[in-house]
Design a protein around this ligand. Structure first.
Ligand code: SF4
Length: 454
């Protein structure tokens, strides 16, 4: 068993308990209720998803041109575009900007891509202070805990626990309401970013036709942090580019309705470059590849790159709800993580993630850009089998099973022997928490023989 698989099982075990289920199920059920309420705002959700699907396909097919156009327009607006091959390249480019500008602290947004490049870990090692602007992340930071969900970083905690984290470090009443906690963090963030000259964010979309960066949030803290900082650095996956500002009329409402059930997030901003008078004085966009172009080159898996990171597939995934966000050891978690991680980090070491799925199809059903997530997981399983990078023992087990099933004589042995064989074949892979399927007392051929003709 490789290290990542052992860690995956160990972390899954930690989350596999009643208390975790109760909190996750309560918090995700709130999400599901809000999502259902938000859905009624659409006369024809299916049609809107179809539009988003066509739009994202179009963007993927023209990505090279869209990125070059984005660079041209953003540069014309006074910003600078940097290209990063991988996470290390992105971190180095961020650090160069910080060193050039003598910055020793940054503020940041809640962003999957910033976690993908391990920005906090990297800046921590360079003794650069990081101020979290997202309420959930702000609370988690008090104990140096990573995000548990791409949209709701502290979804695994109750409001009392979040209150506890904040009370331990700050002067906050132990029985504060969620509203009081959000207000408290808002004021604290305002205080913390007073002397911070650099703000680093992800991007929800990059607009090719006007060279704009779209950021969407509910708390308003990112807007505050980016307009207070001298320098705004955006790190964005290359697949976030879309053709036109007009496309936001389809994508922004779909993103908000699937992320939180709102018609539109409370604060949506488009930044076209550094401010003419005021802040930010410098603005950089780091376009991160990190294996995305290889995934886009793959005829089937390319669809995964249409993801708008609404987090809906994670919120409804029964596997995620059972094993939790830390099991994936990545900012990509749930169904999208099970697809992206093996493709980005290597099928050989992460083949086990292709099995972390019950193929219930809830993720594909909810996805606003119609990514067939369950099909992509099956496609990854297919790649694991054809590239022979799966569990060798399991392959032997299946070969033996096929050999067994192909022979009528072997299939008709006594039930007791069949049970024994099944236990021997599957037992090692079945896990302690599942019962082996009950075998029918008689095989089909035995029933056929025993049934009188006519
Ligand atoms: S795969 Fe679809 S549902 Fe999941 S985060 Fe991306 S856009 Fe949302």
């Amino acid at each position: 068993m490789n290290g990542s698989k052992a860690a995956f099982i160990e972390n899954s075990e930690i989350a596999f308990n009643e208390e975790h289920w109760q909190k996750i199920n309560y918090n995700t059920s709130c999400y599901e209720k809000n999502f259902a309420k938000g859905n009624v705002n659409y006369r024809n959700m299916h049609l809107e998803k179809e539009r988003a699907y066509n739009l994202s396909n179009k963007s993927l097919m023209q990505m090279e041109k869209l990125l070059v156009d984005f660079e041209t327009h953003f540069t014309e607006n006074g910003g600078k575009v940097l290209w990063a091959r991988d996470a290390e390249d992105a971190r180095t480019q961020i650090f160069d900007i910080l060193v050039r500008n003598k910055a020793n602290a940054v503020s940041r947004s809640n962003s999957t891509v910033l976690d993908e490049i391990d920005m906090n870990g990297f800046l921590g090692r360079k003794s650069i202070r990081v101020v979290e602007t997202n309420v959930g992340r702000f609370a988690l930071k008090t104990k140096d805990m990573p995000a548990y969900h791409p949209l709701f970083p502290a979804i695994h905690l109750s409001k009392e626990e979040i209150n506890g984290l904040l009370t331990e470090k700050y002067k906050l009443k132990p029985d504060s309401s969620p509203k009081q906690m959000v207000n408290f963090v808002r004021h604290q963030v305002s205080d913390d970013i007073k002397d911070v000259d650099v703000c680093i964010t992800g991007a929800n979309f990059l607009l090719s036709d006007v060279g704009g960066v779209v950021l969407t949030e509910n708390e308003g803290n990112i807007l505050k942090a980016t307009t207070k900082a001298k320098i705004h650095i955006v790190v964005s996956g290359i697949a976030k580019v879309i053709p036109s500002i007009d496309d936001l009329s389809v994508l922004l409402p779909l993103l908000s309705s699937h992320a939180t059930g709102q018609c539109l997030a409370a604060v949506n901003s488009i930044t076209f470059g550094p401010a003419k008078n005021g802040r930010p004085e410098q603005m950089y966009v780091i376009l991160l590849n990190n294996d995305r172009s290889e995934i886009i080159a793959h005829e089937k898996q390319r669809k995964m790159m249409s993801c708008i990171h609404c987090g809906a597939c994670v919120s409804v995934c029964p596997v995620y709800k059972n094993i939790g966000g830390y099991a994936y050891d990545s900012s990509h978690m749930g169904p999208m993580g099970s697809i992206m991680i093996p493709l980005m980090r290597g099928l050989k070491d992460y083949a086990y993630l292709t099995s972390a799925c019950s193929l219930c199809g809830k993720c594909a059903e909810i996805c606003p850009v119609k990514i067939p997530l369950d099909d992509l997981i099956i496609e990854n399983r297919h790649l694991v089998a054809t590239e022979k990078v799966g569990d060798a023992k399991m392959e032997v087990m299946f070969k033996r099973m096929i050999w067994h099933c192909k022979s009528r004589r072997k299939m008709d042995v006594h039930l007791f022997l069949k049970r024994m064989e099944l236990k021997r074949f599957l037992g090692a892979f079945w896990g302690d928490r599942r019962e082996l399927p009950e075998l029918a007392p008689k095989s089909f051929s035995q029933i056929w023989k025993d049934t009188p003709a006519g």
